[in-house]
Design a protein around this ligand. Sequence first.
Ligand SMILES: [Zn+2]
Ligand SMILES: [Zn+2]
Length: 341
Amino acid sequence: MQAIVYNNPWEISIQEKEEPSIILPDEVIVEVRATGICGTDLSIISGEYMARPQVIIGHESAGVIVDKGAAVDNCQIGDRVIIDPTYYCGYCDNCRKGLRNHCLLKSSTEAGVSIDGTFTRYFKTTQRFIYPLADAIPYEQGAMSEPLSCVLTAVKKLQVTPFMRTAILGGGPIGLLFYLALKQYGIREGVIYEASGQRMQLIEKNDVLTDRWTMSPSFVPQKNQYDLIIDTTASLLEKSIQAIADGGKISLMGLRNNLQTINPREIADRSISIIGSIDSQDTFRHAVDLINSGQLELQKIITNEYDLHHFDAAVKDLGCDLTTRQRSNNISSLKSVIRIS
Ligand SMILES: [Zn+2]
Ligand SMILES: [Zn+2]
């Protein structure tokens, strides 16, 4: 089967890989139909996020069950399913503390990072990690369960209330999923700050924002401006602290290396909470149910689809140019998805 393989930073190729087969009784094989391109994939390509050389990348997927082990009892061959790609063992100290998103085996079990992922035709997992995809929901929307689940985990930790004055920094897929998740929790008003003019145009053209949510191109912090700031850019903590109100909460979810200076005295004196979150913990089912309900209108956010052979063009449209080996804000898509088979 053909697969998108990571070799070294900026070296990605389409390669022939062996198809997986069932060995253990609880295993299933999913024929992947759609895999979303995630910020993590771009960071792997640009060398900012470590991945194992020769690994098949990709992890946000939905597809069809094509084979299963003798003990699998939660699906049938032919079922449409969503894959939860975040393996946890259930036995290590972190898993037993409820921190399954920090499973101690993660560094050697992460699909699309340290083990083969889903930018390919077949993916093997176990019945624990598949969920049904409703008949009416397209595969590319099912593939958004993983990023949505990560966002729901972050929102759960934030314990939001409906009248928080809210800003989301970054109008990419994660920022927009935060917008959808916060609306579920009753936040009907807020601002999304997005530096890319092309992205702003797409958000406007597709009527993504409803209620009293608006957009702005530049975040100029003012004192006591927001009760809740979601920084998806991972580079605006100093500005966020300037804008957060007393007792406010700042959420950090992006993975980009940079240093920011903050004054611990101010954090204490103004009762500011800075809350980090990574991957998903006990929210995957919630994400699947929301997506299967069809109410999120994800078709407004999934703007670009490609096949496996146009992966270079797909990442280029996300500002990640494999020829010049540069990342830029020249982004002409909201969420991009690779359609397979
Ligand atoms: Zn992802
Ligand atoms: Zn574990």
